[in-house]
Design a protein around this ligand. Structure first.
Ligand code: HEC
Ligand code: HEC
Length: 231
């Protein structure tokens, strides 16, 4: 009789409940598995020392930065975003002409199971960071000519020296941007380009004091890079 009950409960999915509850706590997973490398609260002393010492990018404003579907997918199957990991200087060696990434010093990112990835993505999306960090509604959504965009990105504003707009081409010291549109919220892209120091005080990305049309154009270009027409 007892056996039958358990069988019935299993087949109707009743016994699955405790497992779901366990996986449901994204905040607990963040605390136990992620904070050794990622700041989930604003660092007390932001600046160059923090950037130099951190083992992973800050996540305390993840909810204002990432698109949730990307997070859920990436946490299950992480692929490299920063060609030289964190921190660039620690993972490059001098090459013939320029620095090359020393792959032997890089380790793959941990993976999460689907339910955990979903729970953690929810917890991350709740971390919106200080008010006003991202200029909400700043990107006006205009379409950008990819030729113009590329000219600005690579030639006129020098972004390509540190970022890849296409896999395998471009600089290695900043995050790749060819999946930027899938990964990042439009207003975050705009706000970061406008004032990188607001997000990562001490970071080596220059504050270029770009005019509004340039900010719109570069944001639109990065978004379109991961849209079908951008490929
Ligand atoms: C051993 C250190 C380490 C641990 C532990 C770790 N991470 Fe990371 N994480 C990194 C590094 C390094 C990167 C940068 C990877 C890259 O750019 O390719 C990263 C990148 C990320 C990113 C993308 C961030 C961005 O700004 O591009 C997310 C999201 C993330 N980690 C979430 C997590 C979560 C959630 C956990 C815990 C379940 C976790 N990480 C545990 C080191 C770590
Ligand atoms: C000298 C190198 C350098 C230059 C030049 C540079 N960046 Fe960056 N950029 C960086 C670094 C370093 C980061 C952030 C580091 C991190 O999160 O690990 C960054 C971050 C970003 C981000 C946020 C990406 C993310 O995944 O969080 C965007 C968007 C961006 N840069 C766009 C641009 C654009 C557009 C230009 C040209 C106007 C530019 N960058 C020029 C180095 C550079």
């Amino acid at each position: 009789m007892m056996k039958l009950h358990i069988f019935a409960a299993l087949s109707f999915g009743l016994i699955a409940a405790p497992v779901v509850a366990l996986a449901g706590n994204g905040a607990d997973i963040l605390k136990s598995q992620c904070i050794s490398c990622h700041a989930t609260v604003k660092p007390e002393k932001p600046g160059l020392d923090h950037i130099w010492e951190r083992k992973g990018p800050d996540l305390y404003y993840a909810g204002s930065k990432f698109n949730k579907p990307w997070l859920v997918k990436w946490l299950q199957d992480p692929v490299r975003i920063r060609p030289a990991g964190e921190l660039y200087r620690k993972h490059v060696k001098p090459g013939d002409k320029e620095d090359v990434v020393d792959e032997s010093t890089l380790t793959p990112h941990m993976k999460l199971a689907k339910a955990d990835a979903e729970a953690v993505a929810d917890a991350l999306m709740a971390l919106t960071g200080p008010a006003g960090l991202v200029n909400k509604g700043a990107f006006k959504g205009g379409k950008v000519s990819m030729t113009m965009g590329s000219m600005f990105f690579n030639k006129l504003r020098g972004c390509g020296a540190c970022h890849m707009a296409k896999a395998g081409t471009g600089g290695l010291s900043g995050p790749e941007l060819y999946t930027g549109g899938e990964r990042l919220q439009a207003d975050y892209i705009y706000s970061y380009i406008k004032d990188p120091q607001k997000f990562d005080p001490g970071v080596w990305m220059p504050t270029l004091n770009l005019a509004e049309p340039d900010l719109q154009r570069l944001t639109g270009y990065i978004l379109q890079l991961s849209a079908p027409e951008g490929k």
